[in-house]
Ligand binder design. Structure first.
Ligand SMILES: [Zn+2]
Length: 307
């Protein structure tokens, strides 16, 4: 009797071993078995996950002009404006120092020399993805140089206007909120205005958009709120109206402006409006290049000093 029990146990053990073998799959390593599941594999929804990477927005010190570099958390880059004609080499060397080889999105806010002057050099130097400009033209040499550089590189210009999305990855979005119309007397009002969202943080880059464009943006119902506002038109009193400032409600503002410039920018009225709204103001003529870093929740500011 005892022997039968032992035999039964041995038989059960053999069956168990055989059953185990049948689940272990082939041993030849031909890859038909499913890959092992790591217990550390994250179960988060990647679409909504902030991967610990940061968004960086650099306001370059290019004097009385604009040039803004945006480094997205996934490694892609956007350049909004490229300073004046003689700022081209400075913008290019700054981008190279950041290790940039490709500009995935190049935005010329409007065809004034202090915004697109250095753009032809940028286009010739770097690999370029998509180029965006508003449907506005001038007859200046600077503008023709940009068109020629675009053509010579086999690129085309995508229209920048309200409602056009540059990129949308759920937590990370960049899109235009202006221009809203297709006829402006003032070339500044053609300015492509870009809103960038990363997590709970947002940036608004306004080019030289004036009061008319600001009123249109407000009427459009677009979300204008931003933690960081690139003040329109170098701090001109014709931009940054009280109503617009109230809608944007920024914590920080950046004025891209040259020291002792001919226009008296930034105008006192604008500085007063920003002060009354309790906005912390940075200026490229005093602080040099200014870099904002967002982790999707918080924003930090770094002043890199004069060029
Ligand atoms: Zn300008």
């Amino acid at each position: 009797m005892k022997r039968i029990v032992i035999l039964a146990l041995i038989l059960a053990l053999l069956l168990a071993i055989l059953a185990g073998c049948s689940n272990s799959g082939p041993t030849t390593g031909t890859g038909t078995a499913p890959p092992p599941v790591s217990p550390e594999a994250p179960s988060v929804n990647r679409e909504n996950d902030l991967p610990g990477k940061v968004l960086k927005v650099h306001f370059l010190d290019v004097g009385q002009a604009d040039s803004i570099l945006v480094q997205f958390p996934d490694g892609r880059n956007m350049l909004v404006d490229a300073g004046k004609n003689d700022d081209g080499p400075r913008v290019v060397s700054y981008l190279k120092r950041q290790g940039i080889e490709k500009i995935d999105y190049l935005v010329g806010t409007h065809p004034h020399e202090d915004h697109i002057g250095g753009m032809d050099k940028v286009i010739r130097t770097f690999e370029i993805g998509r180029v965006y400009m508003p449907r506005a033209t001038t007859t200046t040499r600077s503008f023709k140089d940009v068109l020629l550089a675009v053509k010579n590189k086999g690129l085309k210009i995508n229209t920048a206007r309200a409602g056009v999305t540059i990129l949308d990855q759920g937590n990370l979005r960049a899109y235009f909120v202006a221009p809203c119309s297709s006829d402006y007397e003032d070339l500044n009002d053609w300015s492509a205005v870009t809103r960038i969202e990363y997590g709970a943080t947002a940036f608004l880059l306004t080019g030289d958009a004036g009061a008319r464009s600001e009123a249109e943006m407000l009427a459009s119902g677009a979300n204008l709120r931003a933690d960081v506002l690139k003040v329109g038109h170098h701090g001109s009193h014709r931009s940054t109206t009280t109503a617009f400032l109230k809608a944007v409600a920024p914590e920080y503002a950046v004025i891209s402006v040259g020291k002792d410039n001919d226009y008296g920018h930034p105008h006192r009225e604008t500085l007063v409006r920003l002060a009354e709204a309790g906005v912390k103001v940075y200026r490229t003529d005093r602080d040099g290049t200014i870099v904002f870093t967002s982790d999707g929740k918080n924003i930090t500011v770094e002043k890199k000093g004069r060029r």
